[in-house]
Design a protein around this ligand. Structure first.
Ligand SMILES: [Zn+2]
Length: 201
């Protein structure tokens, strides 16, 4: 059976999202088809709103309100620019902020190195991190990429890139579930990983 074009378009659009396969994509599209109109309307507005009203911080690439150059953390005078915690996604910033145990600043890479998916250093905010470190304010860089194969490889690559600079490079302590995501770790586990961070060598 050939689906009407608008329906097929929606299914295709859902399928491009991470974690959504053909089955889920169809289920979501058919759900919206029979749901009240305001559900689709709200979804459509929310989808354009995030593009119009949310932006990325020009310093650390965390999320911020559109029109503002820097995020709340970078703007805050009480945050310590000598310690920068490098994470994969802005979601990880939220997870670390929830612990209340980190007073430094962040740097969001927007992904990890993944040769299989064709993601190289230039696809991530790596040069921007090196530039930040080169300015000399940072004394410690905490590599808080996920404890996965890609996360570890990315941390190793970053360590090499930061080698020429006078900065301490540390990695979150083990204890986070291997292969797990920072964003799903509970607060105590995250705090322990932060407190037990070790110098990479
Ligand atoms: Zn920022």
């Amino acid at each position: 059976m050939i689906l009407p074009e608008p329906l097929q378009n929606l299914i295709n659009a859902f399928e491009r999202l991470p974690g959504i396969g053909p089955k889920s994509a169809s289920r979501l599209a058919f759900y919206l088809l029979r749901a009240p109109r305001d559900i689709s309307q709200e979804l459509a507005e929310a989808l354009t709103d995030i593009k119009d009203r949310v932006a990325f911080c020009q310093e650390c690439f965390n999320i911020t309100v559109a029109g503002r150059e820097r995020c709340e953390v970078c703007e805050s005078p009480s945050r310590d620019g000598a310690v920068i915690c490098v994470v994969e996604e802005a979601l990880d910033v939220l997870a670390l902020e929830r612990t209340g145990g980190f007073q430094g600043k962040y740097h969001v890479l927007h992904g990890v190195l993944s040769p299989i998916e064709g993601i190289g250093p230039d696809d991530l905010k790596i040069q921007a991190l090196v530039d930040r470190v080169a300015k000399g304010e940072a004394k410690e860089i905490i590599l808080a990429t996920n404890p996965s194969m890609e996360g570890d490889a990315t941390a190793l690559y970053l360590q090499q890139q930061l080698e020429p600079y006078e900065v301490r490079v540390t990695r979150l302590a083990r204890g986070l579930p291997v292969g797990g995501d920072l964003e799903y770790a509970d607060q105590n586990t995250l705090l322990r990983a932060l407190a037990g961070r070790q110098v990479m060598d």
